[in-house]
Design a protein around this ligand. Structure first.
Ligand SMILES: [Zn+2]
Length: 368
């Protein structure tokens, strides 16, 4: 049987004029978004309150220090000496946007829509959409499941490569840098490709690590696989030498090295296609934001399974509601590029590198 709200809507809508109907439907849409938001937030209230920790430095060495103007308990952090309440650094406590807009934005986030599409759908500016996206990314990253494996588990490992990108620094791009990096035909310098080590286990859980520029070394394999590959695991890789010693040191039960593209490492190869598709969907991602996008991909991969799109969007609202952000907007704009030492070395003899250096160090304040 149909619910009473829908029955009423069916009854009243046909009696309205065209304009009235369109207006009523729009406000219903808004009401639905608001209600979904409220439902998601109500769910996060069911969780036991966590111990109070400083939202800026994470320290739990805090003491009560009076009340703020709204009558909320204020705390003083003994480590960074700043005060906070439960509203400090909370997206929904400080936002000027309404709940319906955040709900709609969460749906865009689940569908990995571009900024332009999200901005249009939510009725906000591109700049606001950019801000919303990165606040959401920072908050939901804190609820990311860790990658685990155990003795006897099967797992596939492989690296994939993404071209280094200074996207967002458009003004500076004009004075030379990414031009050469965007060679469409010629092979790109291998040092300007970022290596991402990826893994997938039998349960379908995945992990990523940005290891650095160019091919992954033995030392990097050892460092990044520690804590992920359990002793006694059964690991398939391609024939790259870098894995051999690392996996032996981690005491895996069996290491199978297959020709690259072989059936046995199909799943990790499939994962790579999905990652590249995801990143390409945004028409390239600045390397200094790449980690956030990989985390976004992993979040969707981990939480969309077994949930409807609406439930997944609700989960985003819930996580954004319960996790504080730390990055100030100013620091956000100044995020340095990872692995920029390469440009420092190159700059001694290469004029293109000299021009790239300020970008690599995040000296440019343009949002991107
Ligand atoms: Zn603190």
């Amino acid at each position: 049987m149909e619910d009473v709200l829908t029955t009423m809507a069916r009854q009243f809508l046909p009696q309205m004029t065209r304009e009235e109907r369109s207006e009523a439907l729009l406000s219903l849409k808004r009401l639905i978004d608001e209600e979904f938001f409220a439902l998601a937030i109500a769910e996060s209230g069911d969780e036991p309150a966590r111990d109070v920790a400083c939202p800026r430095c994470g320290s739990d060495h805090v003491v009560k220090r009076g009340f703020d103007a709204r009558g909320e308990q204020r705390y003083l952090c003994r480590r960074c000496s700043r005060t906070f309440t439960s509203r400090t650094n909370r997206v929904f406590a400080t936002t000027k946007l309404d709940h319906a807009t955040w709900m709609r934005f969460s749906e865009c986030h689940v569908d990995a829509l571009t900024l332009r599409e999200s901005a249009e759908r939510c009725g906000v500016s591109l700049k606001t959409a950019f801000f919303m996206r990165h606040r959401v990314l920072e908050c939901i990253a804190q609820s990311m499941p860790a990658f685990r494996s155990a003795a006897g588990d099967g797992m596939e490992l492989d690296e994939c490569y993404l071209a280094e990108s200074f996207k967002g620094n458009r003004k500076n791009a004009e004075c030379g840098i990414p031009r050469k990096a965007r060679h469409r035909s010629g092979p790109q310098d291998w040092r300007e490709r970022i290596c991402i080590l990826t893994g997938i286990n039998d349960a379908g859980d995945i992990f990523f690590e940005m290891t650095g520029r160019g091919n992954m070394s033995e030392e990097q394999a050892g460092r990044f696989l520690a804590g992920k590959v359990a002793s006694g695991a059964i690991v398939s890789t391609d024939k790259a030498k870098s894995y051999r010693r690392a996996l032996r040191d981690l005491d895996v039960r069996r290491h199978e090295a297959h020709a690259s593209g072989a059936h046995a490492i199909n799943r990790v190869n499939g994962l790579h296609s999905r990652i590249k598709e995801f990143v390409d969907g945004f028409h390239g991602v600045a390397t200094r934001r790449l980690w956030n996008y990989l985390a976004w991909f992993k979040w969707i991969w981990s939480f969309k399974r077994g949930r409807t799109a609406a439930q997944t969007a609700g989960l985003i609202v819930k996580q954004v509601g319960s996790n504080p952000y730390k990055t100030t907007w100013r620091n956000y704009k100044r995020t340095p590029y990872p692995f920029y030492e390469y440009w420092v070395k190159q700059a001694k003899w290469d004029s293109r590198a000299r021009a790239a250096l300020p970008l690599a160090m995040g000296a440019v304040s343009k949002v991107g």
